[in-house]
Design a protein around this ligand. Sequence first.
Ligand code: SGN
Ligand code: CA
Length: 538
Amino acid sequence: MRKELALIPASLAALVANAQGLRPNIVYIMTDDHTAQMMSCYDTRYVETPNLDRIARDGVRFTHSYVANSLSGPSRACMLTGKHSHKNGFTNNEHGIFDGSQQTMPKLLQAAGYETCLIGKWHLVSTPTGFDHWEILPAQGDYYNPTFIHMDGTRSADSGYVTRIITDKAIEWLEAPRRGASSKPFALFVHHKACHRAWLPALEDLRLYEDKTFALPPEFHDDYATREAAGKTEMEIGKDMDIVYDTKMFVSDEETPRTRLSRSYQGMIGRLSPAEREQYDAFYVPLSRDFYEKWGKDYNFLPRQAQSSVEGSRDAELLEWKYQRYMRDYAKVVHSLDQEVGRVLDYLEEKGLLDNTLVVYTSDQGFYMGEHGWFDKRFMYEESLSTPLVMRLPKGYERRGDIDEMVQNIDYAPTFLDIAGAPIPDDIQGVSLLPLLKGKTATKKDKAAIKKWRDAIYYHYYEYPAEHNVRRHYGIRTDRYKLIHFYGHDVNAWELFDLQNDPHEMHNLYGQPGMEKLQQQLHHKLEELQIQYDDPQR
Ligand code: SGN
Ligand code: CA
């Protein structure tokens, strides 16, 4: 808080601060599994996201943005608390219940005089705390005609597509006449379900991207040599993506093979009204008929990576076909996300709120779009360790363009508290990003903070045994190197990558001759961070 405000009572100080635009509103938009490769301000190969790009163009784009644990619930808990998983207690989706009685950033914002609201995916099992208003999806939620849980515990189904409904509800909350106009600034958390598996598009977007052939990423045909844990997963597009559930090849029970997830698929699309289902089927059923006609109903639809790399083989053709379907459906889901974020930006602009609002767009983690032959996330490799992060800054924050410092989702809590003028408790492990956002107005203290910015980030993933079979691991990433330890159950393996010479992380250098000194330095840094963050697992 500014010195002159320190002399007047807190409530009055808050009023004055708001009037002076010193306490900006916060609109935090977090999507599910939206990866930077599928956002045109990060990567122009695949899709166009003009509205998301608009945030970056008018504000800042973080080029080294990471999560602490690449999975939904854990990521959300890190964001809410500003602490690594072992401190906030929510280490994995399977067995976690978030302890809502602990200190969280929304609670601290409330105490600082902010009005707080959460709409959308929550995924932390316990009832949300720290929000003046919330409406959440149960568990993963649904794309079509989704059910919402309300604050009084009741449930109701809304009709329509989930991305649009979440946006409608967020705008509806903003519509309240007092919102942002007078004494209380607000913090609105918009948590989308999109673009989580199984990538079900809005009905009006079904035909988008159908004429596009997506280029295979360079490391699509990975053989996982030198990386034991990578070779043990169940997240390959070829052998693990369900032909019915994921690629949506379904005609009817009689005409479609029964797969592991075909019942779940029927549950998801069974939510459509008859008229909607007709529209849906008009697109997918002819494709499905063609597919089964070509491949036969009994053909094994699960090609293994090894055979799939043989050019011209049946497996290679089927694998590439699955990849195209995956990319197209995911791209469609991103399209409506982009449009709905645009709607929020337009609304803020129209209401004159944009200049006094910090708008953040991020995801709960990155995702594999065929890199290493995969979908899903969890690994500490680049695509899923990273998460997109762009911000439009309120007045007074002059920085524009790219920010290259390494940031992590544990930094969001201290950043929001800092911008709200609230103290940052000592036990928060992330750091405020405000010094990086000030640009010309940076103080000496800000400049000093930037100068001694962290030179490594810490990561720890816990969910094993579980779906997709990614072994537990922890590690560090510096500006050039990555050291990972896979542990527990059937693995005990170290990996070391030189990201400059091997950006796709195909060559594990751990234990190679000549690596001794670097290895020692990285082990030292890892231990330092495990001590700093007080992670008992080392
Ligand atoms: C579901 C998905 C998985 C996904 C997890 C976690 N399976 O279980 O593919 O890894 O969610 O995702 S599905 O058959 O239900 O689609 S997370 O983003 O929520 O952590
Ligand atoms: Ca997710």
